[in-house]
Every structure is written in structure tokens, then in C-alpha cells.
Write a protein that binds this ligand. Structure first.
Ligand code: IMP
Length: 429
């Protein structure tokens, strides 16, 4: 009956896919509940690297039913090419289910995303230009097209004609861009996508509930992260969905009482792509070191991620927003060679010490991080699999985060492989 949620606690790219994959071993269903192919989950299984954007991470296990929930925005071309890539590499995608209520991302969303970003000039958000915001905007305007519309050709053509009638006016009047032909696009989507997608389109709410009632082994996989949440993130530098744990309820169609284990995932430092406030951002050689050792370049876009020290003010807020039951840490090994390591425990704002997230964003922009500085361990952690074998300095670093954040640290990852993981909570049992 109870379900598990894996949620990012920073600005994305925390390595959630690795823990989703690990937990999926004991699950029967993995459900994506928001976002689209702006996500990039890299998994290393048996030395093979898989970069997933839309298909839930659980697809790599044959016993899992992967589900794309109603809260996701789906580019049908991207979904099919990802399924083809997986099939070509021997992964069976036949069990994948896509909610008929999920909204489609179509090419005009990407065109609009690109043009709108460019028009913002120096104020641009740094979106992935995947059409995510425009697709969610159409959903909120109630002119979006849902996956289920593909199953009724007349409805699909009518809705596409309606939305493009308006969107084309904006494209030409505001952006001086030629219109997109609704009939041609409808033909292309129906010809190239419909028959391939048809067996996967389902009433996923019923499927999820049946699974909750039978095995109870359902995992909700968050994409992006708490501070990219449309409501709770650093608006407007956020994505257009609800990555926070509550998003699992609306994005998959379950009530909050089902969510029992809520695992937050944080990197041992922080990264962010795109614009927006970032109190612990590093502009020095330590930052360059984190980017280089951590290979901090976007899985999808190749953009260099902005690096910084771990920030427990953010993490404490993430505990509240998501009702986290535990925190798991990734990429601890990236800190291996540093002389000292820092943990942000508060901010100095206008001469005042603040330990909780300032509600006014101008204050966050002005926040100066206050750090606890600890000695580094200067030891390779990548082969350590037992908490007891961690160097004392690494244990002290994790214990300090745990103390600051107020929830137990569960799993700690020390490399990309499935086996490079430590159960830190055992340390304190
Ligand atoms: P969008 O989601 O493409 O609209 O982009 C909005 C913001 O979210 C931008 O700052 C992106 O860089 C960021 N973003 C979106 N998806 C991810 C992700 O998977 N990881 C990290 N940042 C993301």
C-alpha cells in the first residue's frame, strides 16, 4: 500500500536516477509524475551507460512496469526515439504505459520556447528549450493536446487547428516567424507516432492504484528538483511543473496518505544550470575542480553547470516542503582531493544571521553564506561500500549535514556504478 518518492532537493542533477534505479530493484512499478525531456537521468549498469530523458529509470529492470503519469509533458517523437534506443540496446519497453491525460509537447512549443527565451535577452531563464514551459502554459490555458486525443483523429485535428490558429498569430506578429501548418503537423504526428504509441496509452491512475493495492511496491520518480518547483523554487528561474513530493499526488493521481517513504537526494555539493540566485556559488578553482571531477555538464544540453558548496539552509527547507523521511547523498567522491570541505549552515543578510530560507527573493540574492569548514579526507572513496570503512573526515562531513538538516542520511553514493553505494544510516543504528 505505501509508496516511495524520490525527489531532488537542490536545483536538479542530484543523481536521483541512481537511487531510483537502486530502489526499483524491490519495486514493481516506477512512475514519472512531472516534467518532460528536460530531465536527464544517467545510469551506469554493468559498465554500460544509459541516458534517459522521459522513460522512467525503472525500465532497466524487466520486472518493472514503467509509467509516465498524467503530470508529465510528452514529446511523442522523443519518447519513441528513446524507446527505440533502449530496444536497440536490448531493453524491453513493451510494458511502458503512458497516461492518456499527459499533455503533448509538439514542435510549436519548442519553437516558442526558443523564441521567447531569446526575446528575454539578458533576463532569459536558461530553459532547456525543450518546449516544457509552453506545453504546461497551454495545459493551464486549456488549449493543450493530451495523449488520449491521438486516439480520436477528428478531435486531434480540431484541437491542433484551434491552438495553432492562435499560436501562429503570436509567432508571426510577435516573433516574425512563418506559421506552422496544422494539417501537415497532424499528418506527421499521426503517421509517425500513433500506431507505435497506441499499445502504451493507458488509464495510468487505475493502473497505479491497482498496483498500490496489490503489491504496494510503487516508486514515484521526481525529475528536476525542489528549488526548480514552480511554486516553491526560485521563481521565475524554475521549471513549469511541481517536482516536490506533493507533485507525485497530482501528477500520478494518488492521495497524500499513500506517500510513506520520501527520499530526498542531494549532491555532496550543489550545481545549478540556467540563471537564478545561488548563495554558495563558487567562482574559483575549487568550483572548477568540482565541475571537472564531477563532470558537471548537462546530460541533454551539454551546458556547464554552476558549482557551489552544499547548502543546508536549502536542505532544511526541502525537508519541510517534501516531508522528507531521509536524505541520500550523491557524488561524495568528487570531494576526495580537497584539503578542506565546507557546509553552508546559514546566511548573513544585511548583517543578520539567518538559518531558514528567506521568503523574499531579493534577500536570497543578497545572502552571504556562513560556513562550517571541515578537514578533507584526501582518500579515494570510490571502492568503499561500508560506512564503517569511510575515513573519519568523510563521516564527520556527513554527520554535520545530518545534524544541520535534521533527517537521517540514508544512502551515500561514491561513483556512478550500481555497487558504488554505502548505507550510511547503518552507521548510526
Ligand atoms: P525548463 O524546464 O526547460 O523550462 O527550464 C527551466 C529551468 O529549469 C532552467 O533553469 C533549466 O536549466 C532548469 N532545468 C530543467 N530541467 C532540468 C534538469 O533536469 N536538471 C537541472 N536543471 C533543469
Amino acid at each position: 500500500m505505501p509508496a516511495t518518492v524520490v525527489v531532488g532537493t537542490q536545483w536538479g542533477d542530484e543523481g536521483k536516477g541512481k537511487f531510483t534505479d537502486l530502489l526499483a530493484k524491490d519495486m514493481t512499478m516506477v512512475v514519472r509524475y512531472q516534467g518532460g525531456h528536460n530531465a536527464g537521468h544517467t545510469l551506469v549498469v554493468g559498465g554500460e551507460k544509459f541516458a534517459l530523458q522521459l522513460v522512467p529509470s525503472g525500465v532497466l529492470y524487466s520486472h518493472i512496469t514503467p509509467v509516465i503519469g498524467n503530470g508529465v509533458v510528452v514529446d511523442p517523437f522523443v519518447l519513441l526515439s528513446e524507446m527505440q534506443m533502449l530496444t536497440d540496446r536490448g531493453i524491453d519497453c513493451s510494458k511502458l504505459k503512458v497516461s492518456g491525460n499527459a499533455h503533448l509537447i509538439l514542435p510549436y512549443h519548442q519553437v516558442y520556447d526558443e523564441l521567447h527565451e531569446r526575446s528575454l535577452g539578458s533576463s532569459q531563464l536558461g530553459t532547456t528549450r525543450r518546449g516544457i514551459g509552453p506545453a504546461y502554459a497551454d495545459k493551464a490555458l486549456r488549449v493543450g493536446i493530451r495523449v488520449q486525443d491521438l486516439l480520436d483523429e477528428a478531435i486531434f485535428r480540431k484541437k491542433l487547428g484551434l491552438v495553432l490558429g492562435h499560436t501562429n498569430k503570436v509567432l508571426s506578429a510577435v516573433f516574425d516567424r512563418e506559421p506552422i501548418n496544422a494539417e501537415e503537423l497532424a499528418d506527421r504526428v499521426l503517421d509517425e507516432c500513433l500506431e507505435k504509441l497506441r499499445p502504451h496509452i493507458a488509464d495510468t491512475v487505475t493502473l497505479v492504484h491497482e498496483e498500490l493495492e496489490s503489491t504496494g511496491k510503487v516508486l514515484f520518480e521526481g525529475a528536476q528538483a525542489t528549488f526548480l518547483d514552480l511554486d516553491h523554487g526560485t521563481y521565475p528561474f524554475v521549471t513549469s511543473s511541481s517536482p516536490s513530493a506533493g507533485g507525485a499526488c497530482t501528477g500520478a493521481g494518488v492521495g497524500p496518505r499513500y506517500l510513506q517513504r520520501i527520499m530526498g537526494v542531494a549532491k555532496a555539493y550543489v550545481t545549478r544550470v540556467g540563471s537564478g540566485p545561488f548563495p554558495t556559488e563558487l567562482f574559483d578553482e575549487v568550483g572548477d575542480h568540482l565541475v571537472e571531477v564531477g563532470q558537471e555538464f548537462g546530460t541533454n544540453t551539454g551546458r556547464r553547470r554552476r558549482p557551489g558548496w552544499i547548502d543546508t539552509v536549502m536542505l532544511r527547507h526541502a525537508v519541510r516542503l517534501n516531508s522528507l523521511t531521509e536524505l541520500s547523498i550523491t557524488k561524495l567522491d568528487v570531494l576526495d582531493k580537497l584539503d578542506t570541505v565546507k557546509i553552508c549552515t546559514g546566511y548573513e543578510i544585511d548583517g543578520q544571521m539567518v538559518t531558514s530560507m528567506p521568503y523574499h527573493q531579493s534577500e536570497l540574492h543578497a545572502a552571504k553564506p556562513v560556513y562550517v569548514e571541515l578537514p578533507g579526507w584526501q582518500q579515494d572513496l570510490t571502492q568503499i561500500t561500508e560506512a564503517a570503512d569511510l575515513p573519519a573526515e568523510a563521516k564527520a562531513f556527513l554527520a554535520e549535514i545530518e545534524k544541520q538538516v535534521g533527517v537521517p542520511i540514508g544512502l551515500v553514493s561514491t561513483g556512478p556504478g550500481r555497487k558504488q553505494v554505502i548505507e550510511f544510516s547503518d552507521q548510526h543504528a
